[in-house]
Ligand binder design. Structure first.
Ligand SMILES: Nc1ncnc2c1ncn2[C@@H]1O[C@H](COP(=O)(O)OP(=O)(O)O)[C@@H](O)[C@H]1O
Ligand SMILES: [Mg+2]
Length: 372
């Protein structure tokens, strides 16, 4: 496979460089000088012996003493090597230190309390050459839930990453409360937008620390417990022997997918963001915890503008607006009942994702809502 080829290539390169290193060392001067010095000393000694000015025993002793300079010679090669390694390493560290961020933080930019209106205006974005999002325009009023559906690779996650400027748009504009995101102060922008992603990252610290993470030191225990209660996490947390002090991870308890999710929801509730991004967040959960999570999420959405990427029909249904993406293009937007009536792709995604026997749902729905 590709990785194996890459590895073989790197291994060969390493071997070649190692041999080259050996060659350079072999040509390196100290051993040569050592050889010449030893030979010179020996010849000189022989000369003295033949002229009876030195005994054979003394010659042997002399040569033995000359041998002592062998050690510093080789040490010098070794340390030369080390110095070279150090220089190479330092160069790499320095390039990282000197790297400047491309995003400007815009510290003096707009920083107000957000209302949560999001407007995309003709947004085009690409990672490399091929556009991943093409001419996207839509509008979310404060407090609305906007579901985004589309196949894998359609650009759903990318779209959400433009809102808090993980990436910047190349064409068009994104406005939050009527202000271009690039004119917002980065700090004000990001502190009011929370993202819950598929892989929830928890630290190997106590549950309290994990929930309070977004707020740093500012959170008090009562607020943390309230957030946990709203996230339907309080009960399972109290079931642990150490309650909120339970340490998660390697040296502590392992949480299930649903529990991790509720911790993440509690974390988001505590930071109280105006805009919330939920990316595929309930995919790996059994239906027993599903209800609890649904409750928690519904609580979380209240009063916040939410971009919701999911394939759960139950969640898509509550959305005020659904965006249907295909290969970076926004092919339709509307409510569930509008789209089920007029958008072929939406019906397909929907039937497929919920594993309803193919045809059945389409047939039912198209009888209710005749195709235009
Ligand atoms: N960091 C990245 N660098 C380059 N290409 C990316 C990156 N992230 C996503 N892509 C590409 O952009 C397209 C859209 O990806 P994504 O937004 O993750 O889609 P979705 O969330 O709908 O599955 C895909 O073709 C993907 O390969
Ligand atoms: Mg995605």
């Amino acid at each position: 496979s590709q990785e194996q080829q890459k590895f073989a290539k790197r291994a060969r390169l390493y071997r070649d460089l190692f041999i080259k290193n050996g060659e350079i060392q072999a040509r390196y001067l100290p051993p040569l000088f050592l050889g010449i010095a030893l030979a010179g000393a020996f010849l000189h000694g022989l000369f003295l012996v033949t002229h009876h000015q030195l005994s054979v025993g003394s010659l042997v002793a002399y040569m033995g003493l000359m041998g002592i300079i062998r050690f510093p010679t080789f040490i010098s090669i070794w340390s030369f090597n080390l110095v070279q390694l150090g220089i190479a390493g330092a160069q790499r560290i320095l390039t990282i230190l000197r790297e400047e961020t491309e995003l400007d933080e815009n510290e003096n930019g707009y920083s107000e309390q957000m209302r949560g209106e999001i407007v995309f205006e003709n947004v085009t974005f690409s990672y490399g050459d091929t556009p991943v999002l093409k001419h996207i325009s839509f509008r979310a009023e404060p407090g609305q839930t906007i579901a985004i559906v589309g196949q894998t690779g359609a650009g759903k996650s990318t779209l959400t990453k433009l809102v808090n400027r993980i990436y910047d748009v190349q064409e068009g504009h994104i406005f939050i409360d009527g202000v271009d995101v690039r004119d917002w102060s980065m700090d004000a922008l990001r502190s009011q937008i929370s993202t819950i992603e598929q892989d929830i990252f928890l630290f190997s610290r106590s549950i309290t620390d994990n929930i309070a993470y977004g707020l740093g030191q500012k959170a008090d225990q009562a607020a943390i417990e309230q957030a946990a209660r709203d996230a339907q996490a309080h009960d399972f947390i109290l079931n642990f022997k150490d309650g909120y002090k339970t340490v998660i991870g390697e040296r502590g308890v392992t949480l299930s997918g649903g529990q991790r999710q509720r911790i993440a929801i509690a974390r988001a509730l505590l930071t109280d963001p105006r805009i919330l991004v939920l990316d595929d967040s309930t995919s790996a959960i059994d239906s027993a915890t599903e209800d609890e999570i649904q409750k928690a999420i519904r609580r979380l959405l209240q009063g916040r503008t939410t971009l919701l990427i999911t394939h759960r029909l139950s969640q898509i249904r509550w959305a005020d607006k659904i965006l249907v993406l295909r290969k970076g293009e926004l092919i339709d937007q509307g409510t569930h009942s509008e789209l089920i009536g007029r958008c072929e792709l939406y019906r397909r995604i929907f039937v497929h994702r919920d594993r309803v026997p193919t045809g059945q749902l389409v047939a039912e729905q198209s009888q209710e809502v005749p195709l235009p």
